[in-house]
Each structure stands twice: as C-alpha cells, then as structure tokens.
Ligand binder design. Sequence first.
Ligand SMILES: *[C@@H]1O[C@H](CO)[C@@H](O)[C@H](O)[C@H]1NC(C)=O
Ligand SMILES: *[C@@H]1O[C@H](CO)[C@@H](O)[C@H](O)[C@H]1NC(C)=O
Ligand SMILES: *[C@@H]1O[C@H](CO)[C@@H](O)[C@H](O)[C@H]1NC(C)=O
Ligand SMILES: *[C@@H]1O[C@H](CO)[C@@H](O)[C@H](O)[C@H]1NC(C)=O
Ligand SMILES: CC(=O)N[C@H]1CO[C@H](CO)[C@@H](O)[C@@H]1O
Length: 192
Amino acid sequence: MLAVVVVLFLVAGLSDSKILSKCELKQQLETGLSLPSTNSADMLAQIVCHVQNSSSFNTSAIKTIPEPEEPHGNHGSRHRRSPGGKKKGHPSSSESVENKSEVWTLYGLFQLSDHVVCNSTQSRALNLCGLTCTKLIDDNISDDINCVQTLINAVTAQIPDPNIVKHIREMISLIYQPECNMVKATSYFADC
Ligand SMILES: *[C@@H]1O[C@H](CO)[C@@H](O)[C@H](O)[C@H]1NC(C)=O
Ligand SMILES: *[C@@H]1O[C@H](CO)[C@@H](O)[C@H](O)[C@H]1NC(C)=O
Ligand SMILES: *[C@@H]1O[C@H](CO)[C@@H](O)[C@H](O)[C@H]1NC(C)=O
Ligand SMILES: *[C@@H]1O[C@H](CO)[C@@H](O)[C@H](O)[C@H]1NC(C)=O
Ligand SMILES: CC(=O)N[C@H]1CO[C@H](CO)[C@@H](O)[C@@H]1O
C-alpha cells in the first residue's frame, strides 16, 4: 500500500516538470504570444535563448537570488548587489508597501520574479499576472506565456504605467542574458 502511494506520488511529481525542446517552445510561443511586429522573429529567438540559458527549458526551474537594490531611477545601468545580499543604511523607496524580504524567487521557464508577476507566501506585492507563483512551475505553460504577454503589453502600451514599467525593467535587468541579445532567428532556429 505504502509503495503504491509512493509510486503515485513520484509519478505525480515527475509529471509536473517537463523539459521542452527549443523547437517545441518556439512553436508554442508562435501560437500563444503576440509580439510587436518589428523584428518579431528575432525577438522570439531572443526570448527562447533567454529560456535556454536561464532555465534550460525546464518548466519547473526555480532559483532564488539576493534582493536587488532599488535602482534609483537609473534604468540603463545594471544593478549592483551589495556583498552577502544584505543592504544597510540605504533609505528604501517609499512606494514599497510591505517588508522587503532578503531574496527574490524566480519561477519557471522564463524565470519570472515573485516580487513582480505572481504572489507567494513570501511576496504578495505587485502580482502583475494575477497568479500564484506555483502556477509558473507546472508543466502547463499557457499561464507562463500569458504572463509574458502581460509584461509585453504593459511595456508596449500606448500609455504605459511608469511604476509598472519600472518594476518590469528591474526584473528584466536581473534575468537579462546578454549573450542572447544578438541572436538571430535564422541561425538560432535553423534546426527547427
Ligand atoms: C527541473 O527543475 C527542477 C527544480 O529545480 C528539478 O527538481 C528537476 O530535477 C529539473 N529537471 C531536470 C530534468 O533537470
Ligand atoms: C515587517 O517587519 C517588522 C519588523 O521588522 C515586523 O514586526 C512586521 O511584522 C513585518 N510586517 C510584515 C507584513 O511582514
Ligand atoms: C494569491 O492571490 C490569490 C488571490 O488574488 C489568493 O487566492 C491566493 O491564495 C494567493 N496565494 C498566495 C500563495 O498567497
Ligand atoms: C492549461 O491551463 C489552462 C488554464 O490556465 C487551461 O485552460 C488549459 O486547458 C490547460 N492545458 C492543459 C493541456 O492542461
Ligand atoms: C544554463 C546556461 O546556459 N547558463 C549560461 C547562461 O549564460 C551565462 C553567461 O554566458 C553562463 O555563465 C551560463 O552558464
């Protein structure tokens, strides 16, 4: 009896995590994501490259990183992180409504942050995608893709909300993969 339960548990656990192939993800994004029309093929390649590099196409990838410092309005530069991930003596931005925790957790294929897109016991703050974070680590990636679409829409909106855009940019600077910047669809997807 116990063995059966254990086996069922293992099977259930395994079915939650899935490794996608590059071409499989390309296909799902082509049907599920609507990109701004300029260079959308290369942009798709860059997004898939980001997934390859940050989560290795693992739908259950999860990572914690030290809490980033407030960017103080300078969007162009990368964030510095103080040693040990602690910060002391810096007045924090007055807009943060709740206590800052020491870590950010990044969820799923796209490595989206619990402090920006979803809510968890650690962070209820912004929740731009209106999701419980664990939805981003199951093998159904339709909500992950919808969430990426929400971020793209927020940034490309005719009248973007500057506060929301600031948080999205902050998250992107954390998960940004510089080596994916130059990726071209023709070569990156050559084998698809
Ligand atoms: C995918 O990531 C999860 C969570 O980090 C890990 O437990 C699992 O072993 C990974 N799967 C593979 C095939 O690497
Ligand atoms: C915020 O931190 C203070 C002390 O550091 C603590 O007393 C309080 O319960 C925390 N509030 C929340 C919402 O976690
Ligand atoms: C996230 O928010 C939803 C409602 O917006 C709530 O039902 C859910 O319990 C929250 N999840 C966590 C982990 O706080
Ligand atoms: C994935 O989840 C969405 C809702 O988020 C649901 O509509 C869809 O049927 C699910 N797909 C599969 C294959 O379970
Ligand atoms: C999983 C993976 O490919 N990670 C790489 C992402 O890019 C950085 C910087 O080039 C590498 O150090 C990682 O190994």
